[in-house]
Design a protein around this ligand. Structure first.
Ligand code: UD1
Ligand code: MG
Length: 463
């Protein structure tokens, strides 16, 4: 039976990245490059995907998980050698094999499909995906005969001056007849400038053996961009970002300034939501419809239901339910759950806390390790004192209660429903239903205090 296979090359260290992180794991819009490649490959429904790993093998396998099979290339002797490692898994199969590099994150499934169609149409043993590069430096050049048929691929470092002038480049994506590929790979030598076994040499080998070699030239060079250094990483990120942002706009999201809006690949946003400039939306953030995300807000794995307003605030691993709002300059730390219609104002920090529906925490307040019921009013400058230097303690505040300004609630403590805490209190004991907890020194006024001070005789103060 004729199958459809994919080999992803991801064993290289990526020396030019100058990084502790393996090249193919560098993220582009929140997703490792090799994950982008695999995600697009998966859309073409291959029978089997084999990823060649080497440097950082464990990290790559952990990132992609069971979505791929793996073969290890112990030493990185070149792309041809890398593909050969897949022979034990794929060598005896009949069918078509797509090869893609793990460092080309912008390629799309639609392009792979066009390559397959062209490959079949030409009855080719090998079809190279090529592109016209504005600057071909660093890429393998496609060398064609006078009548336009592909002869070979020449790497930058092996190219003559004339060959280096060619601006049609190898994108690193190919479609092969599987049997022909492995047969030719055994004939590849490392007799070249880099002393590597080049996959690209397979083209000339097949051609010389009389096989049909084709090249499908794609129109969009950007899509084929290979990332070998940080400059290319930034360029690829820009292209990916533009693509992601365009998709959201087409789905009905308003981006005030798409160039200055940074949205990760897996973020979801509902229609009629407005995103202001300088916003970053990361990870698995999900935003409902009719929300407003104000300038310079940063959301990481946040879940926002519909009609939520965020003004210049940071939200991490937390949920804001319908109609709630936050900001400016507030911070939801992980595991916070903000109820429907709740209001969090300026300079409010919430950590691992549940805030009930319609509860208001307006100003300069810290709520950590707490459960607040519904319809509560928390005054200005309230501190939930949750940490004694060793342990974290939880505090509960019941529905319809009122916490006066500048109160300290020293956890663990229970403030019952419909109760009050007087402003300025330091609360260490539970406050029962309908009671008011007051814990502050009583005021006394010292009469005529002024006369006892130096100010009494200071002419400037006594005019
Ligand atoms: C390669 C192509 C070049 C093409 C370019 C497109 C070859 C010889 N050259 O060059 O024609 O224009 O991609 O981006 O194939 N890898 C391994 N094992 C190895 C070496 C590399 O798995 O021993 C992997 C790398 O992790 C990477 C991919 O293969 O994902 C490509 O390797 P890289 O060193 O980036 O090749 P380029 O110089 O970019
Ligand atoms: Mg490369």
């Amino acid at each position: 039976m004729s199958g459809k296979y994919t080999i992803i090359l991801a064993a290289g260290k990526g020396t030019r990245m100058k990084s502790k992180l393996y090249k193919v794991l560098h993220p582009v819009c929140g997703k490792p490059m090799v994950d982008h490649v695999l995600t697009e490959v998966e859309k073409t429904a291959p029978d089997e995907v084999v990823t060649v790993v080497g440097h950082g093998a464990e990290a790559v396998e952990e990132t992609l998980g069971e979505r791929s099979a793996y073969v290890v290339q112990e030493t990185q002797l070149g792309t041809g050698h890398a593909v050969l490692q897949a022979e034990p898994l794929l060598g005896d199969k009949d069918g078509m094999t797509l090869i893609a590099n793990g460092d080309t994150p912008l390629l799309t499934a639609a392009t792979f499909e066009k390559l397959f169609a062209y490959h079949k149409d030409k009855g080719a043993a090998a079809t190279i995906l090529t592109a016209k590069a504005p600057d071909p430096t660093g890429y393998g050049r496609i060398i064609r005969s006078e009548i336009g048929t592909v002869q070979k691929i020449v790497e930058q470092k092996d190219a003559t001056a004339k060959e280096a002038e060619v601006d049609e480049v190898n994108t690193g994506v190919y479609c092969f007849d599987n049997q022909a590929l492995f047969k030719a790979l055994h004939q590849v030598t490392n007799d070249n400038a880099q002393g590597e076994y080049y996959l690209t040499d397979v083209i000339e080998i097949l051609k010389k053996a009389g096989a049909i070699v084709a090249a499908y030239k794609m129109s969009d060079f950007d899509e084929s961009m290979g990332v070998n250094d940080r400059v290319a990483l930034a360029a690829a990120t820009k292209v990916m970002q533009a693509r992601i942002n365009r998709q959201h706009m087409q789905n009905g999201v308003t981006l005030i300034d798409p160039v200055a809006t940074y949205i990760d690949r897996d973020v979801q946003i509902g229609a009629d939501t407005v995103i202001e400039p300088g916003v970053t939306l990361k990870g698995h953030t999900v935003i409902g419809s009719d929300c407003v995300i104000g300038a310079h807000s940063a959301l990481v794995n946040a879940t926002l239901e519909d009609h939520v307003t965020v003004t210049s605030s940071t939200i991490e691993d937390s949920i804001m339910r319908a109609g709630s709002d936050i900001g400016p300059n507030s911070h939801l730390r992980p595991q916070s759950d903000i109820g429907e219609g709740a209001h969090l104002g300026n300079f409010v920090e919430i950590k691992k806390a549940t805030i009930g529906a319609r509860t208001k925490v307006g100003h300069l307040t810290y709520v950590g390790d707490a459960t607040l019921g519904t319809d509560i009013n928390v005054g200005c400058g309230v501190v939930f004192v949750n940490y004694d230097g060793v342990n974290k303690w939880h505090t509960n505040v019941g529905d319809h209660s009122f916490i006066g300004s500048n109160a300290n609630l020293i956890g663990p403590v229970e403030i019952s429903d419909h109760s009050f805490v007087a402003a300025g209190s330091t609360i260490t004991d539970d406050v029962p239903f309908h009671a008011m907890g007051i814990a502050r020194a009583r005021q006394s006024n010292k009469a005529d205090f002024w006369d006892r001070t130096a100010l009494a005789t200071d002419s400037e103060w006594n005019q």
